[in-house]
Write a protein that binds this ligand. Structure first.
Ligand code: BYC
Length: 329
């Protein structure tokens, strides 16, 4: 058990305060940590970073799909896509609320997103060029999100874990709607099948990048796993995702764009080519195909909404003043 008490910076158990040791023992017993309880500052900060980044991803993640609402091929598809994009807004809200319980305001989180100080998932810096991308996003991007989020339902911080339970229920619907689009396209005309294959070709490696850098380059994994903020390493989840997704691609009659993909009997999983990590770090630095467009759209939405936030605040103040006037009568 105490093997887990080693911090990623290299601090050993001997260097921990009695409070830190007691805290770690609660984590090891799988107790949930609740907002007002004592927690190490690093635990609080790591949670704000991860939950905040996750919330931002949900909100920015609306943009590539929102782009296709007006161009959905049927009314039914339009309704489904609208509902999905609306769900992402809800997920963002649950997560911002969970982050707020750690003593950070939503305005501050958004300010840090807009200034480029906080990240959102790299995947949303890639464009969605055709309707088949709506299928591939649901199938691969939501599929990767679920793979990462199902274990997070058991994460040690109570509000985060409870938000995850609700989010995962909706994500599985999202993944299935994406796969349903892929089925239609892959079994459609040769041109539709080609679009489906092209979407898979473009989104495969960016989806693998969603799990983060390989374990040897992951900065936060060791400490986050000791604190059960993360339940698996990045590579473990990436492997599970590949193993789950390859048979789904085969069922669609599509080819995963990796000539070296091969079942490895010994490890009971596929050997596969790693994403281009230089590209990943370039996207993180703001140099991906859509970084400027995505952040620009968020900042514009925030600025355009200023009058609405002011009106709501003024309305809330008036209501509160009226209530206290009535109470004073
Ligand atoms: N994109 O030490 P590491 C969704 C950063 S799905 C951007 O391994 P960690 C949705 C990382 O922040 C997506 N940045 O980090 C789906 C760190 O930089 P900082 C959201 C990334 O945190 C469909 C550095 O690289 N899901 O929302 O231990 C529709 C070193 O990495 C990425 C979540 O956020 C990336 N892909 O592990 C709509 C799940 N990967 O912060 C919406 C919760 C790494 O030190 N998050 N970085 O500057 C996690 O599980 C973990 O934060 C990660 C990264 C596995 C993503």
């Amino acid at each position: 058990m105490y093997a887990q008490l080693v911090k990623s910076e290299g601090t050993s158990r001997e260097e921990m305060s009695p409070e830190e040791i007691a805290f770690q023992e609660r984590i090891d017993r799988n107790e949930k940590i609740e907002p007002k309880e004592w927690m190490p500052e690093g635990y609080r900060k790591t949670l704000i970073r991860q939950i905040g980044q996750h919330a931002h991803s949900e909100i920015v993640g609306q943009l590539p799909e929102g782009n296709w609402i007006t161009r959905a091929p049927t009314l039914e598809r339009k309704q489904i896509l609208l509902a999905k994009v609306q769900d992402e807004a809800g997920h963002g809200l649950y997560l911002y609320c969970a982050a707020e319980t750690l003593g950070v305001s939503r305005d501050e989180l958004l300010e840090r997103l807009h200034s480029g100080d906080m990240k959102y998932s790299s995947i949303f810096n890639y464009p969605t060029l055709t309707w088949a991308d709506m299928g591939a996003v649901g199938w691969l991007v939501d599929g990767a999100a679920i793979m990462n989020q199902v274990p997070l339902q058991r994460t040690s911080y109570g509000p985060y874990s409870r938000a995850m339970i609700r989010i995962c229920k909706e994500e599985s619907f999202h993944q299935r709607q994406g796969y349903a689009i892929m089925m239609k396209m892959a079994n459609g005309t040769p041109a539709q099948k080609k679009m489906a294959q092209d979407a898979l070709n473009r989104l495969w490696y960016p989806s693998l990048m969603m799990f983060g850098p390989s374990d040897k380059d992951s900065v936060h994994s060791a400490q986050s796993m000791a604190w059960k903020i993360k339940m698996n390493t990045n590579d473990e989840l990436r492997q599970k995702f590949v193993d789950q997704t390859v048979p789904q691609a085969e069922y669609l009659g599509l080819t995963v764009p990796d000539p070296d993909l091969k079942w490895n009997e010994e490890k009971g999983g596929y050997d596969f080519t790693e994403p281009d990590w230089d590209e990943f770090y370039q996207v993180l630095k703001g140099n991906g195909p859509c970084n400027k467009e995505r952040l620009g759209a968020r900042v514009k939405a925030w600025e355009d909404g200023a009058w609405y936030r002011e009106a709501m605040t003024a309305h809330a103040k008036k209501k509160a003043a009226r209530r206290s006037a009535v109470a004073a009568e």
